[in-house]
Ligand binder design. Structure first.
Ligand code: MGD
Ligand code: MGD
Ligand code: SF4
Ligand code: MO
Length: 745
């Protein structure tokens, strides 16, 4: 009987525990890991199909160089030497700002980012275009202003909540951000003492399970949230003690809401006033946790929605208090805090968007490349990302990527982006390498899991960390490594730690290049650059998380980092690595006075635009009378990660959902092709009559339109989206509200 190996699913950042059997490079059997400490046997359909993630005919096995339309296999040595040479030439001629790094780590393999970002930085660029900056950076920006750090992130405190309010989040399907989401949702929906309330324009799968479903008009979240705050303030339901103790700026924000015309606003939202007042009363008086996601973040008022959501939570005293929304812990924050009011902050060159939490928005990349400025973007390394499918305006993306002097794609599959690249480098898949994920999705416990290699590599792929280390070495970026450090690495991890401290203490450059130093020394004796990076993270973690570790039962000694690393090696199912103090969550605030800052000056003009009549006018479009939800996340996609359509049994799953009445009015039936047109493009796609969309809304999933076996499967929704339809602060795409029209094809 083959051995069951414990691992976790890399298809979404939820990372459910799995057990797999393998033979060579194949995963042959999969089952949920019922003893997994965090997910306890929970999985979705995608996790159970993980074998097809890495076993298909488009897997990359060897480095390749493109000449015209054909790729030639080359050796790793040749690939590293040529890429390093070309990068050096471009930087010498145009300076380091000509270089960008895109993607990084995807949903389940974050160790590469430590190397990719360090490599970029060592060359003198900060331009990391990350998928996080096409959804979350508006929210991160608000977090920075309100809580003092962009990387302080709130999540629902479901263990202590009486009610669960989902706004613009379809957790029943997406699972995003809530551990064992379906189970947790069911607990709220079925317990007579709890309630699940869903605010969603569509009858999403989550809405269909709710005790109560409020169905606002698509694109009116900001009006609704502003109305909810106005009801709180006009009724005097704000939590005065909490505001006095924990908030700053209430008097400055109150006038926005005091005279706000709630009745007129809710009319535009097409909601019944009494339903909303009841919801607000419940939220203001009972411990209620909120989970929102792309329905807010990718809506037309993206950053404003995040701001209003924060104000609503704060005035009701639901931030950092039991059963509300709490600051989650982490082993390492997902990014660094950047305050763009500092004039030294980096901005994109042609479009002027600031770095937020260390990330730049993929939406602007075509403009940055196609700009006529001398200091435009000319070279890019893409890893774990497929911009031609994932980012807005695929047509412009394709045109822009072709203009690059150097495009290197690090991938496991021959993607649409890889096909345009000058060099394609094969990465080890999630199940062939050591790796870990840094997203934290539990409270108050903090877990960490190291994914051990489960399969043999197919061909000659490398870990991404090794690729960047070799490139850095070839470009002369690595400091001299003393023999003493190499010898210490052979002697063991404890002597290595001591020697590393001595070396980095006296050589600043060595400290700055730490992941590479560790990869070149300890990484060699461990057989993995990523494992050396995880070791480094474990060595650093106790330095800033002593209290969390103590609460979780650890004794903080100088050797604790080493102990944690060994524990990760011994426990592939993951370990409890810290615990937050659930009774002092507001202690996490990082503003100078430890208060929540309610007034964000830069948003005050925008706040004035959130008015019923202005919004009503903005929602009317004669040319495009319908709204396209461009990119639903649903059970038959895992972003663009699953390429072989066999994983969906070759069913036609890429359809345009349309509701009965709209279909009837258009004379369209299920299976019939329709012509869908937006300002950016046009596609023909089969219609599917469904109970999910509301009147006036059509829905297409994201993650289709990929080439497999010489054929395009489904429609790439990003041929319909414009990169300029974006948030004014963070440039995140507004994919949840794309005006369109539909006609029979
Ligand atoms: N199966 C599957 N799961 C996934 C993924 C996947 O590709 N497939 N991808 C993962 C990733 S990367 C992410 S970011 C998450 C995303 O997870 P979600 O954000 O949960 O995914 P969406 O499908 O965008 O669902 C958002 C909900 O917001 C609603 N909405 C849209 N517009 C509005 C509005 O104006 N107001 C309100 N109140 N609601 C609105 C939509 O109807 C929808 O039900 O999913 C993750 N999980
Ligand atoms: N219109 C529209 N577009 C959207 C969305 C939407 O709702 N609407 N949703 C967006 C969201 S929320 C997200 S997060 C993005 C995600 O978009 P992307 O950033 O493109 O990320 P993924 O689709 O998750 O993964 C991309 C690639 O990672 C590769 N890969 C898998 N494993 C590994 C590995 O171990 N190493 C390396 N180097 N590569 C690997 C896969 O083969 C795949 O090609 O898409 C976005 N695009
Ligand atoms: S795709 Fe499904 S099984 Fe995999 S981590 Fe996400 S929720 Fe869990
Ligand atoms: Mo995402």
């Amino acid at each position: 009987m083959p051995e069951w190996k414990r691992t976790f699913c890399a298809l979404c950042y939820h990372n459910c525990g799995l057990e797999v059997q393998t033979a060579g490079h194949k995963i042959t059997k999969v089952r949920p890991d019922v003893h997994h400490p965090r997910t306890q046997g929970y999985v979705c359909r995608k996790g159970l199909k993980i074998a097809q993630y890495q076993d298909h005919q488009d897997r990359l096995t060897h480095p390749m160089r493109r000449e015209g339309n054909t790729f030639t296999q080359i050796s790793w040595d040749q690939a590293i030497t040529e890429i390093a040479g070309k990068l050096s030439e471009i930087i010498k001629k145009h300076g380091p700002l000509a270089l960008a790094y895109m993607g990084g780590g995807g949903q389940g393999s974050h160790m590469e980012t430590a190397f990719g970002r360090r490599f970029l930085g060592a060359l003198g660029s900060r331009y990391h275009y990350s998928p996080l900056a096409q959804e979350l950076t508006g929210l991160f920006w608000v977090n920075g202003r309100a809580f003092g750090r962009q990387n302080l992130h709130l999540g629902p405190d479901l263990d202590r909540a009486e009610n669960f309010l989902a706004i613009g989040w379809n957790g029943y399907v997406s699972n995003a951000g809530v551990n064992r989401a379906r189970k947790r949702l069911d607990q709220f929906a079925h317990d007579p003492d709890k309630r699940l309330i869903v605010v969603d324009p569509l009858t999403s799968e989550t809405a269909a399970h709710a005790n109560q479903h409020l169905q606002p008009r698509m694109g009116t979240v900001a009006l609704l949230l502003k109305s909810m705050i106005a009801i709180v303030i006009q009724q005097g339901w704000e939590n005065k003690d909490y505001i006095a103790a924990h908030c700053r700026g209430f008097d400055q924000i109150a006038p926005w809401f005091k005279n706000f015309d709630v009745a007129a606003a809710l009319q535009v939202c097409r909601l019944d006033s009494s339903d909303v007042v009841e919801l607000v009363r419940l939220y203001a008086t009972r411990p209620t946790a909120i989970r929102s996601d792309l329905g807010l973040l990718m809506d037309r008022q993206s950053t404003m929605n995040s701001y209003l959501e924060m104000i609503l939570m704060a005035v009701c005293g639901r931030i950092g208090t039991p059963g509300g929304n709490v600051f989650y812990g982490h082993v390492m924050p997902m990014g660094s805090h950047i305050d763009e009011r500092d004039p030294k902050t980096w901005r994109t060159m042609a479009t002027g968007f600031p770095e937020i939490m260390g990330y730049f928005p993929p939406n602007v990349v075509p403009e940055e490349i196609l700009s006529t400025q001398e200091d435009r973007l000319r070279a890019m390394i893409v890893s774990g990302s497929n911009p031609l499918i994932s980012y807005a305006d695929s047509q412009s993306y394709a045109r822009a990527l072709k203009e690059l002097e150097l495009l290197v794609t690090i991938e496991i599959s021959m993607t649409e982006t890889a096909r345009l690249s000058h060099y394609v480098l094969p990465a080890k898949s999630a199940y062939e390498k050591w790796d870990a994920t840094l997203f934290s999705i539990t409270f108050p416990d903090i877990y960490f899991q190291l994914r051990h290699p489960a399969c043999e590599p197919l061909g000659e792929p490398w870990e991404e960390g090794r690729i960047y280390t070799r490139l850095a070495a070839a470009m002369g970026l690595l400091p001299e490594i003393p023999d003493s450090l190499r010898q210490a690495a052979e002697a063991g991890r404890v002597p290595f730690a001591m020697e590393l401290m001595t070396v980095t203490g006296r050589d600043k450059r060595a400290a700055a290049m730490m992941p590479f130093m560790a990869a070149e020394t300890l990484g060699k004796s461990l057989g993995s650059a990523h494992l050396a990076a995880v070791w480094g993270i474990m060595m650093m973690y106790p330095q800033h998380a002593g209290r969390e570790l103590t609460r979780a039962g650890y004794q903080v000694t100088p050797l604790l980092g080493e102990e944690l690393f060994q524990k990760l090696l011994d426990h592939p199912e993951g370990i409890l690595i810290g615990r937050l103090d659930p009774d002092d969550n507001l202690g996490e605030l990082r503003t100078p006075d430890k208060k929540i800052n309610l007034y964000i000056e830069e948003l005050s003009g925008w706040m004035d635009e959130i008015e019923p009549e202005l919004e009503r006018a903005a929602l009317t479009d004669e040319e495009f009378p319908l709204v396209l939800m461009a990119g639903r996340h649903f059970p038959h996609t895992a972003n663009s990660i699953m390429r072989d359509p066999a994983w969906n049994g070759h069913e036609t799953v890429c359809t345009m959902l349309i509701n009965h009445e709209d279909a009837e009015a258009l004379g369209v039936e299920t299976g019939q092709p329709v012509l869908l047109t937006t300002a950016a493009g046009q596609v023909t796609i089969p219609a599917e009559i469904s109970d999910i969309p509301a009147r006036g809304v059509v829905v297409i999933p994201h993650g289709f339109g990929m080439l497999f076996n010489g054929r395009e499967h489904g429609v790439n929704v990003n041929t319909l989206t414009s990169a300029k339809h974006r948030d004014r602060i963070a440039a995140t795409p507004l994919h949840r509200y794309v005006p369109c029209r539909v006609a029979g094809a």
